[in-house]
Design a protein around this ligand. Structure first.
Ligand code: ATP
Ligand code: MG
Length: 393
């Protein structure tokens, strides 16, 4: 069945007053961006605290739903049948017709949930429930009323038109992107960081990203993989400003000067410092990484503490308590997994020691970093200045 109208449901009931208004406007904005990707003509409107998508003419319903199901902030999508304002007899026919079209069998339990938003309508909600329920029972003798746990809830809303709907297709939940500021995602080519970015974005945070590239040790293909991942995350978040930092000279210098078992930690600390620089420059309110406690040597509690020490901004690690399998499941669901498992080298894998420290001592790490004093500031400055900015998505 093709619908011409969808009612968009959103949760976050805690959002009140002015914030509610901002939340709704942001959601309308995000929905408008999403429907632009679908062929056809659509209008998105907000009426009396409800958001509707109206479809004019022919369009690809599957594609529209798939796009709406990628908008953070939508908790449910209800295909709606619209009927012009009419008397209860005509409305009863419409409700029966709706059930005929919508369901093949007619032996379920049901409940009519009428809502008279239009006070001029002669029957109130209770009367409507009774009348329409009676009409359904007459038309489908095998259906039964269950007011507590009905299999079908038939919503009938009386407004300037009458809206009938029963299906609620699941949305992603979360909050519309842009309602909670912006963060800088450290995006590598792995499975974890795209998922971490997605999870933070789900809470309404817009994303920028930074990738540390180490040519010729990491190939153009590895960079392209990160761009592809950013593109996939951008389907949910809108365009991402991706900073591609040439990290090679910094890595080589650390490799030359510092103990090799501390390499990953020291490298990570420079990544954080540089990411924070860009975060400040672009008014981000925090950093995001894909770290999870104990996943690898550089993610033990001691290693995380050593990495964290150089940051003054909050570092969000949404995967901190996730097992790898749980992260994989999210990445499959959001569509980044296939790209993430492509076998291109990552700048960290090339320089890793055979036996990296798993319990770095911050004082020892600081002392090792002193060996970089001569050139590191200049190298960081050059890396920042030569960073390539790509707008992805
Ligand atoms: P991922 O699957 O995200 O690559 P990982 O399990 O490989 O993570 P690490 O390589 O230890 O873990 O990296 C931990 C985090 O550090 C990553 O999730 C990412 O946020 C950041 N990171 C690592 N390498 C890079 C890089 N080359 N560019 C940008 N961020 C990076
Ligand atoms: Mg990695």
């Amino acid at each position: 069945m093709d619908y011409q109208k969808f009612l968009i449901k959103y949760a976050e009931i805690g959002i009140k007053g002015k914030n509610r208004f901002l939340f709704e406007n942001a959601l309308v904005r995000q929905i408008k961006l999403a429907v632009k990707k679908v062929e056809g003509e659509f209008t998105v409107s907000k009426e009396q605290g409800r958001i509707y998508v109206d479809c004019q003419g022919r369009y690809d319903q599957e594609e529209l739903l798939s796009q709406l199901q990628k908008v953070f902030g939508i908790s449910g999508i209800c295909p709606v049948v619209q009927v012009p304002l009419c008397g209860v007899e005509e409305l009863s026919e419409a409700v029966v017709g709706f059930l005929k079209d919508m369901y093949q069998e007619h032996s379920q339990t049901f409940k009519i949930q009428a809502r008279r938003a239009n006070r001029n309508y002669p029957l109130d909600s209770m009367e409507l429930n009774r009348e329409l329920g009676g009409a359904v029972l007459d038309a489908f003798p095998q259906m039964r009323v269950d007011v507590h746990q009905p299999q079908i809830r038939v919503n009938v809303e009386i407004r300037e038109n009458i809206y009938i709907y029963s299906l609620v297709l699941p949305g992603l939940g979360g909050m519309p992107v842009g309602t909670n500021g912006k963060a800088m995602l450290l995006l590598s080519g792995g499975i974890d960081s795209p998922v971490a970015g997605w999870m933070v974005a789900k809470r309404g945070v817009k994303l920028d990203a930074v990738y540390f590239h180490a040519p010729p040790y990491t190939s153009e293909r590895a960079k392209q993989k990160v761009i592809d991942l950013a593109k996939q995350v951008a389907i949910y978040t809108g365009p991402i400003y991706l900073h591609v930092v040439n990290f090679t000279d910094i890595q080589l210098y650390i490799y030359d000067q510092c103990p090799h078992d501390e390499l990953t930690i020291i490298m990570r600390r420079y990544m954080m410092r540089i990411a924070e620089h860009f975060a400040r420059e672009t008014e981000c309110l925090g950093l995001v990484t894909g770290e999870s406690i104990g996943q690898v040597a550089s993610q033990t509690m001691q290693s995380l503490a050593a990495t964290n020490e150089v940051c003054t901004m909050p570092v969000y690690r949404p995967l901190i308590g996730f097992d790898k399998q749980e992260i994989v499941e999210v990445s499959e669901r959001i569509g980044t997994y296939e790209t993430s498992i492509q076998p291109y080298e990552d700048c960290c894998t090339i320089f890793v020691a055979k036996h990296p420290v798993t319990k770095p001592n911050i004082n020892v790490i600081r002392r090792s970093e002193k060996r970089l004093e001569e050139k590191i500031d200049e190298l960081v400055k050059t890396a920042v200045e030569t960073t390539e900015l790509l707008i992805v998505g």
